[in-house]
Design a protein around this ligand. Structure first.
Ligand code: G3P
Ligand code: MG
Length: 231
């Protein structure tokens, strides 16, 4: 069962930073999950919220700042003063840092609340540049965006991300070959038949849940906030 660290090892280091990804790697996780948005100048940057306020010392919307401005922000002190120098990574930095190990890299396009024109093309172009088609899984709650990725480049591995409480409107599982499906951690999901999609529920944060899921569903792995419990 694969262990994917949600926003990195986010319990041990500030989420979505190179430190949290490195911690996951050191723990022996099989992969890392991260959220990507676009800066004002169109650079894919790694941050979960559409606004800077919770996880940095900045204020306002991510999309209103150029990536060089975003990178000057402190994205670590909110978590602990020992991470004072942590910055918001770009996707390019993440790929460059982890290109030569075996980590699975789950890139979640964070475009369900705010649209980022060109996000799909930019992410694909970076996967291509670093030749990471084998190890990257692109997921999103925005299923139109996933459909777009599938049409732009069939080499991209796609993960159908959903939360059973939100209606899954466009029945994409019948139109696109997903490499993985990422349901919210609830046993109330059905594996799309006909397709061989691998199931990666999120977030699975204790061993009992993981064992239950492994017994009752054929899961490929888990996306967890606590990789340290499983590695
Ligand atoms: O990709 C799984 C999970 O990250 C989706 O929710 O809000 O943590 O990005 P969120
Ligand atoms: Mg995410």
């Amino acid at each position: 069962m694969l262990i994917i660290a949600h926003r990195g090892a986010n319990n041990l280091a500030p989420e979505n930073t190179l430190s949290s990804f490195n911690k996951a790697l050191q723990l022996g996780a099989d992969g890392i999950e991260m959220d990507v948005q676009l800066s004002r100048d169109g650079e894919p940057v790694i941050i979960h919220d559409e606004y800077l306020d919770r996880t940095t010392n900045g204020m306002g919307a991510v999309r209103d700042f150029n990536h060089t401005e975003l990178q000057k922000l402190d994205a670590g002190s909110w978590f602990s003063t020992s991470y004072l120098n942590e910055s918001i990574p770009t996707l390019k930095e993440v790929f460059r840092t982890f290109k030569s190990n075996e980590l699975i890299i789950n890139v979640e396009l964070k475009n369900d609340n705010i649209q980022y024109p060109g996000l799909e093309e930019k992410v694909i172009s970076l996967i291509d540049y670093f030749n990471l088609f084998e190890r990257v899984i692109v997921s999103s709650f925005n299923h139109n965006s996933l459909f777009k990725v599938s049409r732009l480049d069939s080499r991209v591995k796609l993960g159908l991300l959903y939360d059973q409480s939100r209606p899954n409107t466009n029945k994409l599982e019948n139109k696109v070959d997903f490499y993985t499906i990422h349901p919210h951690n609830s046993l109330d999901y059905k594996k799309p038949h006909k397709k061989q999609a691998r199931v990666l529920p999120w977030p699975v944060n204790n061993r009992e849940e993981a064992i239950k899921l492994a017994k009752s569903h054929e899961i490929f792995g888990i996306i967890t906030d606590f990789p340290e419990l499983f590695c």
